[in-house]
Design a protein. Structure first.
Length: 376
């Protein structure tokens, strides 16, 4: 079987986001299981060629402005399954290029008008650029391609009904879990209270709220993993908060190559998320895999409230104090581990993907067979 994964980003190509992380992880694990894997992504990295090999995958970068190139590429690949990691023009172009193949969509963070308002108010992007991006991931032609897909899934349970409403789907997309590795050996938890934050230091992520926690809790070690894509903003934040002795800012850690990433997750007692909105962040799943509790103002699928604390706006400190008291974080982190191990661990999640591909291939065969009979 040949599977082509499509995404607007790829982890390591100057972008370290959740969409690209899941695309790379799924592709790597499929390749390890003998599946031929191609990856088609929007060009983000000028330092890498249009085509390169990585962890058993063949990665292709395409310029968003050259849609004809993408169509020719999809036809050349001749994959059995084209799997979109969230929606984009790539979803449409693959459908145009290879209508008889199976087409699958995983909704990772579909955005309604409220979400778009949050994004546009905090992204720091010019209005024209933001409009272009919105059109690239969700114009009427993309919506039509999504409705025609042979399989549609949500990366979280709550995403299914949301995607159904946004795209006008006839049924609610079920969960297709994003795989995460369970550490083979547990990293001992830090002896001193330790919390971490992982992500981009910009936009709706609101890293400043984590820095405020660090300032208010000198007895807690606070690790801010990541950085701002704007070099000037990154430097300014590091200078501004460099005087906090309990704050560590190690920069971006590549979880595919740097053991320091897993060590930070493993040693931490609590993962803090300060974003204004989220899908189901892969960092939640990865924290739970390391028996780390969640502290978040967002509560997708009840993840924070079940495996940590769901903090109302302005009550982050209160919720952190509650988690640290009486070792609540430890009990809740263990519960999160048990939940993730059941369906998000690599083996069950990859098997769910293989089952989804088999179902989509069957659906595509029925669809194209019916079309041929009608044509005859």
């Amino acid at each position: 079987m040949h599977v082509c994964l499509m995404c607007i980003e790829f982890f390591g190509d100057s972008i370290y986001g959740g969409f690209g992380r899941s695309t790379r992880f799924i592709g790597r694990e499929l390749a390890r299981r003998g599946v031929q894997v191609s990856v088609v992504v929007s060009r983000r990295s000028p330092d890498r060629p249009d085509r390169y090999e990585l962890e058993g995958m063949t990665v292709h970068q395409v310029a968003p402005a050259r849609m004809d190139h993408a169509v020719r590429l999809f036809r050349t690949l001749r994959a059995d399954v084209y799997h979109s990691q969230d929606t984009s023009m790539l979803t449409l172009l693959a459908r145009i290029a290879c209508p008889q193949a199976a087409h699958v969509v995983t909704f990772r963070d579909p955005m309604d008008p409220v979400d778009w308002r949050i994004e546009s108010d905090h992204a720091g992007m010019p209005a024209a650029g933001w409009w272009s991006y919105r059109q690239f991931i969700g114009n009427p032609l993309v919506t039509r391609a999504v409705r025609q897909a042979d399989g549609r899934y949500g990366a979280a349970t709550f995403i299914g009904p949301k995607a159904q409403a946004i795209f006008g789907l006839p049924e609610t997309p079920p969960l297709l879990a994003s795989p995460v590795d369970l550490p083979r050996t547990d990293t001992p938890k830090a002896t001193r209270p330790t919390i971490c934050w992982v992500g981009r230091w910009e936009g709706r992520k609101r890293i400043e709220h984590f820095f405020a926690l660090a300032a208010a809790n000198p007895h807690v070690t606070c690790v801010a993993v990541g950085g701002a894509r704007d070099a000037q903003r990154d430097r300014a934040l590091r200078v501004q908060y460099s005087g906090l002795p309990n704050l560590l800012m190690p920069g971006v850690l590549d979880q595919f190559a740097d053991p320091a990433w897993s060590r930070v997750m493993g040693e931490s007692w609590v993962l803090v998320n300060t974003s204004l909105r989220e899908g189901l962040p892969t960092t939640f799943l990865e924290a739970a895999a390391h028996r780390t509790a969640i502290l978040s103002g967002n509560d997708p699928d009840g993840f924070a409230s079940r495996f940590g604390a769901h903090a109302e706006e302005g009550r982050l400190q209160e919720s952190l104090t509650w988690l640290l008291a009486h070792n609540r974080w430890r009990t809740l982190g263990q519960a999160g581990y048990a939940y993730v191990a059941q369906q998000f661990a690599t083996e069950p999640a990859l098997q769910a993907h293989l089952d989804a591909y088999a179902a989509a291939i069957d659906a595509a065969r029925r669809r194209t067979g019916a079309s041929s009979r009608r044509a005859s």
